[in-house]
Design a binder for this molecule. Structure first.
Ligand SMILES: Nc1ncnc2c1ncn2[C@@H]1O[C@H](COP(=O)(O)OP(=O)(O)O)[C@@H](O)[C@H]1O
Ligand SMILES: [Mg+2]
Length: 439
C-alpha cells in the first residue's frame, strides 16, 4: 500500500521539473509522522527525506515541534511548514467558540440580526471553569435537556461525558475544580460544556458525523481549498437517549467505535461523502441535499473568518484541517469541532486511498515543484472555494454528477472526484502554457 500512483505526464524528465525557487534539485522533506503522510512523501517522485538537523524545503511537523521551534527559527524563502503558529485559536474547542461568538456579535452590530443568523451553526457552549455561573443560569432556563462536557484540548472522544442534571456533574466538579490543599495541584483543565444535539439525523438508526478536509494556504488574504471527498463516521450502536452514558451510541469517533465489542473491522463504520450525498439526494431531493452542503461551506468560511485577523499569517505556513460536522434531523449542519491534526491513520483500504489522495493533493496544491500556473481553481480533489472572496465556478462547469446542481459557488463537497484524470489535464495544460509563454 505504500506506493503512490504516479500521475502520468509530470515529473517525467529532469528538465521538466523544479524550475521554481528550488532550481533543478530534489525537494528535501522532513516528516514527524509515521502514517499515510510518510508513505505519500516517500513515494513522491523527486522528493528526498532528510533526517536530523539536515536542511529541508518541506516539513510535515507535529504541533509540539512547531511550538518548540517556531519562535527561534528563520524560515527561508523556499521553506513550507505545516501549521500556523497559533492554530489553536480555531482548534481548541473553547477558543473556537470564543472567536465565533466575537465575529457573530460584530456582524450583528455592523450588519444586523439577519446576517448574524448565518452564525447559528454551533451549539450553545460555555467554557469551564471560567463561565460556570453563566452556564448554571442557562442550565436552569432549559431544564431537562442534555449537555455534553468535553476537555477543550483533548481528542478522540477522551474525557467526554453527557449529563442531564447539575447534580450529575457535582462529583466531577469537586474532583476537577475544588481548591485542594495540595499546593502542587495543577491548574484545572479547561472544558467546554455544550448543548447536546438530541435529534441527530440517523441512517439505519445510527448517528454519524461528517469529516471534511479543508486546506488553508494563506490567512491574509484568506485562501481556502475544500476537498470533495471525506467520510461520514457512524456509531456502532443504534441511537437512543435512554443510555446517555454509552459512548458507543453517542460519540462517533473511530477511536471510540473501534473498541466496541461488536465492531467489525472489515465493515468499518464509514461512508464516503459521495455516498452520503447520493443518499440524501435520493431521499430528500437535490435542493435539500445542496442546502446541506452549502451550509457546510458557510461553516467553513465563517469559522476561518473568525480567526482571520488573529492567526499569525506566515507565507511559509499552511494548515490542513479536519472539520467535524453533525446533521440534525432537519438536515441542519452543526459545527462540532475543527482539528489541526486530523487522523492520517487509515482504518481500511478505502480509507487509506482517500487519505493518500487528500495528502497528495495537498502537495499538489502547494506545488513546490512549480508545475502549475497558479491560476487553477481545482487541483485534483481540491476546489478553491475562497480567494479573498467567494470563488465562483467557471461558466458551465456544473461538475457534480450526483445531481444537477445549479450553484455558482466553486464547491463540490460530496461530488464526483476523478482526481487523477483531472491532474493529468491541468498538468498538460500548464506545461503547454509555460512552453508557449516566453520566460
Ligand atoms: N454538541 C454535540 N451534540 C451531539 N454530539 C456531539 C456533540 N459534541 C460532540 N459530539 C459527539 O462526540 C464526538 C466527539 O466530540 P468532539 O467535539 O469532536 O471531540 P474530540 O476532540 O474528542 O473528537 C463527536 O464526533 C460527536 O459524535
Ligand atoms: Mg472530533
Amino acid at each position: 500500500m505504500s506506493k503512490s500512483t504516479r500521475v502520468p505526464g509530470y515529473m517525467q524528465s529532469k528538465g521538466a521539473r523544479n524550475r521554481g525557487p528550488l532550481g533543478d534539485r530534489e525537494i528535501r522533506y522532513k516528516c514527524s509522522m509515521q502514517n499515510t503522510i510518510l508513505d505519500v512523501l516517500r513515494a513522491r517522485p523527486g522528493w528526498q527525506e532528510v533526517s536530523g538537523e539536515g536542511d529541508w524545503d518541506f516539513h510535515w511537523c507535529d504541533r509540539e515541534w512547531l511550538h518548540a521551534n517556531y519562535d527561534t527559527m528563520f524560515l527561508q524563502e523556499h521553506q513550507k511548514i505545516l501549521h500556523f503558529r497559533n492554530h489553536y485559536e480555531l482548534t481548541r474547542k473553547n477558543l473556537m467558540v470564543k472567536n465565533l461568538k466575537r465575529l457573530r456579535k460584530q456582524t450583528e452590530r455592523e450588519m444586523g440580526k439577519k446576517e448574524a443568523e448565518s452564525f447559528d451553526f454551533y451549539p450553545t457552549t460555555y467554557e469551564l471553569p471560567s463561565e460556570y455561573h453563566i452556564f448554571v443560569e442557562e442550565f436552569k432556563k432549559n431544564q431537562g435537556i442534555i449537555w455534553i462536557m468535553k476537555p477543550a484540548a483533548k481528542s478522540q472522544g477522551r474525557g467526554i461525558f453527557l449529563f442531564r442534571k447539575l447534580k450529575d456533574i457535582t462529583d466531577w466538579k469537586k474532583g476537577e475544580y475544588q481548591p485542594l490543599t495540595d499546593p502542587n495541584r495543577e491548574v484545572p483543565e479547561t472544558y467546554v460544556v455544550q448543548r447536546y444535539i438530541e435529534d441527530p439525523y440517523l441512517i439505519g438508526g445510527r448517528k454519524f458525523d461528517i469529516r471534511v478536509y479543508v486546506l488553508v494556504v494563506s490567512y491574509n488574504p484568506l485562501k481556502v481549498w475544500l476537498y470533495r471527498s471525506g467520510f461520514a463516521r457512524f456509531s456502532n450502536s443504534r441511537f437512543s437517549l435512554d443510555s446517555i452514558e454509552d459512548a458507543y451510541v453517542h460519540l462517533t469517533n473511530v477511536a471510540v467505535q473501534k473498541t466496541a465489542p461488536d465492531y467489525d473491522p472489515d465493515k468499518g463504520c464509514k461512508w464516503a461523502t459521495q455516498q452520503l450525498r447520493s443518499y440524501l439526494t435520493a431521499k430528500h431531493g437535490s435542493d435539500a441535499a445542496r442546502r446541506v452542503f452549502q451550509g457546510i461551506d458557510n461553516i467553513i468560511i465563517k469559522s476561518l473568518q473568525s480567526v482571520q485577523k488573529i492567526i499569525i499569517n506566515d507565507k511559509h505556513c499552511f494548515e490542513m484541517y479536519g472539520y467535524d460536522v453533525l446533521l440534525d434531523d432537519k438536515l441542519k449542519p452543526w459545527l462540532i469541532e475543527i482539528n489541526a491534526s486530523p487522523s492520517l491513520t487509515a482504518s481500511g483500504k478505502d480509507d487509506y486511498d482517500l487519505k493518500h489522495g487528500v495528502l497528495n493533493d495537498v502537495l499538489n496544491v502547494l506545488d513546490l515543484e512549480n508545475r502549475l500556473t497558479g491560476k487553477e481553481k481545482r487541483v485534483g480533489g481540491f476546489d478553491l472555494i475562497w480567494d479573498d472572496g467567494a470563488v465562483t465556478t467557471d461558466d458551465g462547469a456544473m461538475e457534480c454528477s450526483v445531481n444537477s446542481v445549479s450553484t455558482t459557488s466553486n464547491s463540490f463537497l460530496g461530488c464526483h472526484c476523478d482526481r487523477k484524470k483531472h491532474l493529468r489535464e491541468i498538468y498538460t495544460a500548464a506545461q503547454a502554457l509555460k512552453k508557449s509563454t516566453p520566460s
